[in-house]
Write a protein that binds this ligand. Structure first.
Ligand SMILES: Cc1cc2nc3c(=O)[nH]c(=O)nc-3n(C[C@H](O)[C@H](O)[C@H](O)COP(=O)(O)O)c2cc1C
Length: 214
């Protein structure tokens, strides 16, 4: 038996023991032991999507800061979600740095951005950055989904507030005819809270993971 399989079996046994001692029953029916959702979220938008996905799939969900490679590699399906900051997918190094240990897994990535990824311009800009950050060999193994999050300007840290505020001011001076959808969304976000999170958007990802071999 490989170390990895042994770790998984141990985890399942521990979970069963806890569940038996706490409620005198086995763990909830349909619990996906082989699947984990990991999220990197600064203001909670990605975290909401991650928790919705975990609820739907009935699987474990943890924050990126608690995700060690030793823990993560014991799962067969790894779903990683992150907010986009300056075009970058934060925390993705968990996958890229440890790809050798994860390449046999089903890898799912979801991004959470301020702009609507249904818009082809936005999608293209996300992918332009994605291919710069994630090597082709890894990206081609990942099943990628995009969601729209939001922004609460008043909650941003002072550094972000200054940068985003200044950018919005400069863009605002250009006038609506000279700015694109990303810039428009950014200006809009400085005027108040914007929240586009929508649980119904996770259905494709959930269906995809359910269709993976057990
Ligand atoms: C400093 C900063 C930079 C950002 N850069 C981008 C970006 O390049 N593209 C984008 O679509 N959204 C960008 N956003 C918006 C975030 O992706 C969005 O707020 C997302 O919902 C954050 O998710 P989180 O709260 O889970 O971290 C940025 C937000 C901040 C505060």
């Amino acid at each position: 038996m490989s170390d990895e399989t042994e770790t998984r079996l141990k985890r399942i046994k521990i979970k069963r023991t806890i569940s038996l001692s706490e409620s005198s029953s086995v763990e909830p029916e349909g619990f996906m032991n082989n699947t984990i959702v990991i999220y990197q979220s600064k203001y909670g938008y990605t975290e909401r999507y991650a928790k919705w996905i975990a609820q739907e799939l009935n699987c474990e969900v943890i924050s990126r800061k608690d995700a060690t490679i030793e823990k993560v590699k014991s799962y067969d399906t790894i779903i990683f979600g992150s907010g986009i900051y300056g075009g970058k997918i934060e925390g993705i190094d968990l996958i890229t740095r440890n790809f050798d240990q994860l390449k046999s897994k089903s890898l799912v990535l979801f991004t959470c951005s301020m702009c609507d990824p249904v818009d082809p311009v936005i999608r293209k800009s996300i992918w332009t950055e994605l291919v710069k950050t994630v090597p082709e060999e890894i990206l081609s193994k990942m099943h990628v989904f995009h969601y729209q999050g939001g922004m609460d300007f008043e909650r941003l840290n002072i550094g972000y507030k200054l940068v985003i505020g200044a950018m919005a001011k400069v863009l605002g001076m250009k006038g609506p005819a000279k700015i694109g959808p990303i810039e428009r969304e950014l200006i809009n976000a400085t005027k108040g809270k914007v929240d586009h999170c929508d649980r119904s958007k996770i259905s494709q990802l959930v269906e995809f993971v359910r269709s993976l071999p057990a």
